[in-house]
Design a protein around this ligand. Sequence first.
Ligand code: ZN
Length: 178
Amino acid sequence: MINNPIVNDFLVQIVAPEDLKNIKAIIQALIDGIETDEAIHEKTDIKLNTVRKLLYKLHDASIATYKRNKDPETQWFTYTWKFDKEEYVKEVTDFYTERLKEREDLLDNLENNLYFVCCMEPEHFKGDYTESSEYEFYCPVCDYELEPYDAKKEKSLLKRRITIDKKNFKKFEDSIQE
Ligand SMILES: [Zn+2]
């Protein structure tokens, strides 16, 4: 449920890439029923400060919740954490669905429209017929001519990403049932 490329892509929106391994270990600890920052720290060997920081990131992303309790003897506050599986599945699913739609729309556009790029430096300009005609088919950056864009590579890359994503999401869905 957490070892999936789609989950990785989703989680690096919440934490920096260097925290990916740690946040996955923390989620796993929560799934295993470990409830406090101290216990997670002991179980995972991740620095206590980092555990706390990442727990709050999960909380901000609504995939973990906490309860604050006052110890009647010491008067100290303790926090017990819980993983919100339902919300997690929803967030990952939304992330996947949105990205899939973006890629399918992009593919659709490439298949149904002719694009033009700068003949000297494709980075300068890329636009559909209407946009390109506004510049009379000359690059707005360097004034060299625009030429028809060969979308073959970009289309096959998009198709591959869409296929892989669908396969990985299927795996994710299967893993939820376990
Ligand atoms: Zn140019």
